[in-house]
Design a protein around this ligand. Structure first.
Ligand SMILES: [Zn+2]
Length: 473
């Protein structure tokens, strides 16, 4: 079980565009569940989902045996950093990392590039920078910063799927935090567009107070416990309460990115009961790691909000499993290794951001298997959390995130039984520094297909990139 059995029929000379392709396996995640099926693909899209043995004679067949075929993942929270900080990451490296992990759509955050994506000129600069470098499809969130509310309609018109803001300093001086007054101006512009406002939900008050107190007592900033104490749960809870209040008042969708604290879960439950248009994601690192396991000085684990304790992690899993948390993203946010200041190991001085793009599927698969989930239910849940959910957030439902007629033929070929240990040669992002190095995982992406073309396999990458920007219309 698990090894692809590639029985391609002979290629009759027609061009791939005109010839239908058929992809089959005994385990295809269709809208009806994980079943034996054949995907019939024409013109880059899934034309039909057929029975396993119902392959048209004229179609080029690829048979993946018992491997799992699941929808290409959609990661709606990635920092690509280009243009302007391509030495941190970039379209070429980020999208190759994505392709290696079965991720076929990335949505880029607006802050780490120069210029920041807070107006149409900056969006155009990003589009120019991405030309010929994208190995998977991508889109760009616009940014909301103090004073740019008047730029939001033009960015929406230019095709961004939504906007991102910070309620606390982002680490980037060109992308300042918004306060309630700024949020009101932005939401007044977004009301009625249907576009979501994504928010980094921590407010400064509790973080500043905790940090000051830690400095006063001379806390050891090499200790992870010091960093964790500097970003208390209350910073998230207070920010989320404000954002839920505004989503309800403006009846405009707000999405909370990277929820780390389980203490905010009751707020979401109550908001759901009242029909408030609020959604929430958590990230792979909050579901995999726990504070007690993080070595002092190991700043490759630094992210904000911080990774919290094991009981908190368990509560996040429970909320995912009941559907209270809508989706899982990576928040892949790398930097040059020197900025992690690993020698000093000072959590207060290191850049925050975890690099993981390409690892999310096997990490989540390993975690979900440990939780005793059956393989079929596990694959269905992962696809809901990491493909369909983020696709819906980014306005891509129907086009991405499902193996269904009409959708782009994006899929991963996944061997659920492969056992492996993460090593630098498995990382395709620019800097091979990640807290997942050394992790023992189950499940491996063997191939990734984008709109009917193979972009990644065990032999490496395709000849050239063919990713496109997904412009909202
Ligand atoms: Zn982020």
């Amino acid at each position: 079980m698990g090894v692809a059995n590639l029985l391609s029929t002979s290629f009759n000379g027609e061009s791939r565009n005109s010839m239908a392709q058929a992809f089959r396996s005994t385990r295809v995640l269709t809208p009806g569940g994980l079943v034996p099926a054949t995907l019939l693909v024409e013109q880059e899209r899934i034309a039909e989902v057929r029975l396993w043995n119902d392959v048209p004679a004229a179609a080029l067949l690829r048979d993946f045996g018992d491997c799992v075929l699941l929808p290409g993942l959609v990661d709606s929270h990635v920092h690509i950093n280009e243009p302007g900080r391509t030495e941190w990451e970039g379209f070429w490296t980020a999208t190759r990392a994505a392709a290696s992990g079965g991720v076929t759509t990335l949505v880029d955050m607006p802050l780490n590039c120069v210029p920041e994506t807070t107006n149409v000129e900056a969006l155009e600069a990003k589009r120019a920078a991405a030309q010929g470098k994208a190995w998977v499809d991508w889109a760009a969130w616009g940014g909301v910063v103090p004073g740019n509310a008047s730029s939001l309609p033009a960015l929406a018109e230019a095709g961004v799927p939504g906007f991102k803001c910070f309620l606390i300093h982002s680490g980037i001086d060109g992308f300042q935090a918004v306060n309630e007054a700024d949020l009101r101006l932005a939401l007044a512009r977004l009301r009625g567009t249907g576009l979501p406002l994504l928010a980094h939900a921590e407010i400064a008050g509790p973080v500043n107070a905790a940090t000051e107190a830690l400095h006063t007592v001379g806390a050891d900033w090499r200790k992870y416990s010091t960093y964790l104490a500097s970003r208390p749960d209350a910073a998230e809870v207070d920010a989320i309460a404000l954002l839920i209040r505004l989503a309800e008042e403006f009846q405009t969708p707000i999405h909370i990115v990277h929820l780390a604290t389980a203490q905010a879960l009751p707020l979401f439950a109550k908001a759901r009961e009242r029909g408030v248009p609020v959604t929430v994601e958590t990230c792979v690192q909050y579901l995999w790691f726990a504070a007690e396991e993080i070595p002092d000085g190991a700043t490759e684990f630094k992210c904000a909000p911080p990774i919290r304790g094991p009981a908190n992690r368990e509560a996040l899993w429970a909320a995912l499993e009941t559907g209270l948390i809508d989706m899982v993203t990576t928040d892949h946010s790398p930097c040059p290794p020197a900025m992690k200041r690993r020698e000093e190991g000072r959590w207060d001085l290191a850049w925050g951001g975890i690099a993981s793009l390409g690892l999310a599927l096997p990490v989540m698969w390993t975690a979900i298997a440990r939780r005793g989930c059956s393989p079929a239910a596990g694959i269905e849940r992962l696809a809901a959390w990491m493909a369909a959910g983020p696709a819906r957030l980014a306005g891509l439902a129907g086009r991405k995130g499902a193996l269904a007629p009409g959708a782009d033929a994006d899929f991963a070929v996944f061997d659920p039984d492969a056992a492996w240990t993460v090593a630098p040669e498995h990382l395709h992002f620019r800097h091979k520094l990640s807290p997942y190095l050394g992790a023992k995982l189950r499940g491996r992406v063997l191939e990734t297909w984008l709109r009917g073309s193979q972009v990644f396999s065990a032999n490496g990458f395709a000849d050239s990139p063919r990713g496109r920007e997904l412009v909202r219309r």
